[in-house]
Structure formats: C-alpha cells, structure tokens
Design a protein around this ligand. Structure first.
Ligand SMILES: [Zn+2]
Ligand SMILES: [Zn+2]
Length: 136
C-alpha cells in the first residue's frame, strides 16, 4: 500500500493534512466507500462540505474513482495501480467491492482506441450475489 503523500503526489496534489485524512480513510476502507461512511470514520476531523470538496478534487486529479453502485450515494475508491478497474455490487446485501480486472482494462483500451471520440473515463460494474450471501 502506498502512503497518502505518494498517492496525492501522483495526482500532482499537495499533501495537506485534510487531504491526507481523506486518502487514508479511503485506503483503510474495506471497499469503495460512501461519503457517509468516510465521515463516520473521520468523525469530527472533517466536515461534510470539506470532505465533498476533497473527494471531487481527488476524482478530478485521477487519484480516486467515483462510481454509482445503484444507490443514492456515490462511492469512492483510490486508484491503486489499476485505473479502469471494475466494481461488483451484491443485489442481496448491497456489498460493493473493487475488482482487480487485470488484463480486462487493457482489452478496454484496445476497444476504445477504435472509437472516433476521446474517452477519458469508463465504468464497469458487475451485479450479482456475493460470496457471503451465496453461503448464507
Ligand atoms: Zn451479498
Ligand atoms: Zn474501486
């Protein structure tokens, strides 16, 4: 796991105390996290407005991904080596996780290179039943 300073640095962002708090909370989250979950982790260290502003900044600078798991809130996760990774959401319990899509991203670039427009972002989301629910 890279440290917060390194992660921010890759996005060309200065490592301010508050940005580091958010990046660490994202890194420690078990999966893509909603702002509500991040606020619960950060407690009184950060207010909601500041958190949203920092999350937007991280997305703009390609440090984090924002995606919609079909819920009311967006979820955020850090890019840890793979940018266009896929997400999985369980239709029974709502559990969402990042999938290391490996070569999948490369295939996607190949596909996108044939398109006439410039594509900057792509979102791949799988839905189904998670391991926990399959066992239950
Ligand atoms: Zn589940
Ligand atoms: Zn993710």
């Amino acid at each position: 796991m890279m440290d917060g300073q390194e992660i921010l640095g890759r996005g060309g962002l200065a490592a301010t105390e508050k940005r580091l708090l958010v990046v660490r909370a994202l890194a420690e989250a078990e999966g893509p996290a909603t702002p509500q979950e991040l606020l619960a982790t950060l407690g009184a260290q950060l207010n909601r407005v500041t958190l949203y502003r920092i999350l937007d900044l991280l997305v703009e600078h390609n440090v984090a991904t924002r995606h919609n798991a079909g819920e009311r809130a967006f979820r955020y996760c850090l890019h840890t080596g793979h940018e266009n990774h896929a997400h999985f959401t369980c239709s029974r319990c709502g559990h969402t996780e990042c999938l290391d899509s490996g070569g999948f991203g490369a295939d996607l670039s190949e596909l996108l290179s044939h398109l006439p427009m410039r594509v900057d972002t792509a979102e791949i989301r799988f839905g189904g039943v998670c391991q926990g629910c399959l066992r239950g």
